[in-house]
Design a protein around this ligand. Structure first.
Ligand SMILES: [Zn+2]
Ligand SMILES: [Zn+2]
Length: 204
């Protein structure tokens, strides 16, 4: 355990841009080898700017924000705020569009080295779901970010709030053209209310 380790309260926290090991564009990986040598409470901050990142099924564009790394007793705590545009498909007209999304990252990554040292604390928190720093000291933010995005994405994304959708009869995109299969060209949000009206009103 780290009972003897206390924060140097007199010390000045210096924020330095973290040495980043991005092997290629779109890989949100950070080399934290040096940071893991530092005492608890050390802080680094890093700007995030990516044109495009693919996270399994999620495609993220124009990613911007910052991440703050804080050394803890068993690893590194990552906090941050990220703004991005996520590729989505409209649930009404089926067109692809970029949906703006803001996410917050707040997650502790456990150090594999710390765990190898075999502290009881480290072992108890090293569950399967826990995020880990790789044995080569690379902290990969992608999975945390992906889970965050998936949980924030709407179940039925809309390209615009009043998207008219596709005609179920002729397949015309009602945002672009009018079709004459159905006189009831209503905002889909009102459809359920109209069903409650007598049928003569529906056709007007
Ligand atoms: Zn749409
Ligand atoms: Zn139609």
């Amino acid at each position: 355990m780290f009972v003897g380790l206390t924060l140097d309260t007199a010390g000045v926290q210096v924020v330095i841009i973290l040495p980043v090991c991005r092997r290629m564009e779109g890989h949100m990986e950070y080399n934290v080898a040096q940071m893991l040598q530092e005492p608890m409470g050390s802080v680094r901050q890093s700007q995030v700017q990516e044109t495009s990142v693919t996270l399994d099924e999620v495609e993220v564009n124009r990613l911007e924000g910052w991440l703050k790394f804080t050394r803890t007793d068993i690893g590194i705590w990552v906090k941050g705020r990220l703004k991005a545009e996520v590729s989505a498909q409209c649930s009404r007209c089926l067109k692809g569009f970029d949906s703006p999304l803001n996410t917050e990252i707040n997650e502790e990554f456990y150090s594999a080295v710390e765990v190898k040292a075999g502290t009881a604390l480290a072992e108890s928190v090293m569950e399967e779901e826990a995020f880990k720093i790789s044995p080569t000291n690379v902290l990969d933010i992608r999975e945390v970010f992906r889970q965050n995005i998936v949980s924030r994405m709407p179940m039925k994304p809309l390209c615009k709030q009043d998207c008219a959708g596709i005609c179920p009869d002729c397949g015309v995109d009602r945002n672009e053209a009018e079709c004459h299969c159905d006189v009831r060209t209503v905002d889909p949000r009102w459809e359920r209310l109209l069903d409650l009206l007598p049928s003569t009103d529906k056709e007007s």
